[in-house]
Design a protein around this ligand. Structure first.
Ligand code: DP6
Length: 321
């Protein structure tokens, strides 16, 4: 058992959500929350989770000012207690964007949580170790420990994330078109287990995602926007085909989601370098070549049903404030 240092007893960490360009959807059997496939993402600077962890007399978890039981957070803290001697702690976390609505709040949430626990109790974890702990809370959170373009795949017999390309090396922009801020009806973990168990396309999804991952990683390192656009839209549409072919079907889109993807296609036809991606929620994220964010946001803001747009650059990994 590793004893946590008692010198620093409170710390605050900040993390940004990330959006996958090659999606993770499906887990390996067994413990550890290991994905069935590799994934590649962008970290989003404009959306932020801030988490404070403080030594306390008993465990408590406050999200957005409301204290409530959070089994996934508690389970991760308890799992860390299997390795580190951690005292009871008060966790307080806030998102400056809608929670559980397909904007990757669990990614930034678990990345910020592990980073704050590490700092509060001076565990001195390497970023890859923080990433592996964050993954146990939510696999996409492994990626939010890092910034810019990040991969999550098997390395050194574990599944941890790593930065593939620095945010400054290719400063793409992302427009988030929000169409509905309500929490999703089916959480991702439940949805992906349903797809694994019931979709006839699940095997093809896993196999083709490995190829998409290799193509997309190469496109990022070569800064090849057109190839990245093609493979990312294909990964997104395959994910939603998988969801639609699950039983009962997982339908995360609404009419404004479809209208916003049509608007992105029109922009593409007019020569604007942009492509869309959509996660487990009805929001559309348009990734744009540097300098095109404002024009794309302007077009998406005029789509019926889009309630607001956010323009973002690429963000950094999780850090202590
Ligand atoms: C569609 O990481 O939220 O956003 O590991 O069960 O917590 P758990 O799932 P989660 O799933 C993310 C699904 C996705 C695609 C992605 O981010 O790769």
């Amino acid at each position: 058992m590793l004893t946590a240092s008692l010198t620093s007893r409170v710390a605050t960490a900040v993390a940004h959500p990330n959006i996958a360009l090659v999606k993770y959807w499906g887990k390996q059997p067994g413990p550890g929350n290991l994905p069935a496939t590799p994934s590649l993402s962008l970290t989003i600077a404009a959306l932020t989770t801030t988490t404070q962890v403080e030594a306390a007399v008993r465990d408590s978890i406050r999200i957005g000012g409301e204290t409530r039981p959070e089994p996934k957070i508690q389970a991760l803290v308890d799992a860390m207690r299997g390795i580190f001697e951690l005292p009871p702690m008060a966790i307080a976390t806030d998102n400056d964007f809608p929670t559980g609505a397909g904007l990757a709040s669990s990614a930034s949430g678990f990345a910020a949580l592990v980073t704050a626990i590490d700092a509060t109790f001076a565990l001195r974890l390497a970023p890859s170790a923080r990433s592996a702990w964050a993954r146990r809370g939510s696999a996409s959170a492994a990626r939010s420990v890092f910034g810019g373009f990040t991969t999550l795949c098997e390395r050194d017999a574990d599944w941890t994330a790593a930065e593939l390309l620095d945010k400054e090396a290719w400063p793409l922009e992302v427009v988030v078109a929000v169409t509905d801020e309500s929490p999703k009806a089916v959480p991702s973990s439940t949805g992906m287990e349903r797809s694994r168990a019931t979709s006839p396309f699940y095997g093809a999804w896993c196999e083709s995602t490995r190829t998409d991952f290799a193509i997309a990683c190469r496109a990022v390192t070569e800064r090849d926007f057109d190839t990245l656009a093609r493979v990312a839209e294909h990964s997104c549409l395959k994910l939603h085909a998988l969801m639609l072919s699950s039983r009962p079907a997982l339908v995360y889109w609404n009419p404004a989601t479809v209208a916003a993807t049509d608007a992105v296609r029109k922009l593409q036809e007019a020569g604007t370098p942009t492509f869309f991606t959509i996660d487990a929620g009805p929001q559309v994220k348009a990734v744009c070549a540097p300098g095109y964010g404002e024009a794309v946001a302007d077009a998406l803001a005029h789509v019926a049903g889009v309630v607001r747009t956010v323009i973002s650059g690429l963000g950094s990994g999780a850090y202590v404030r």
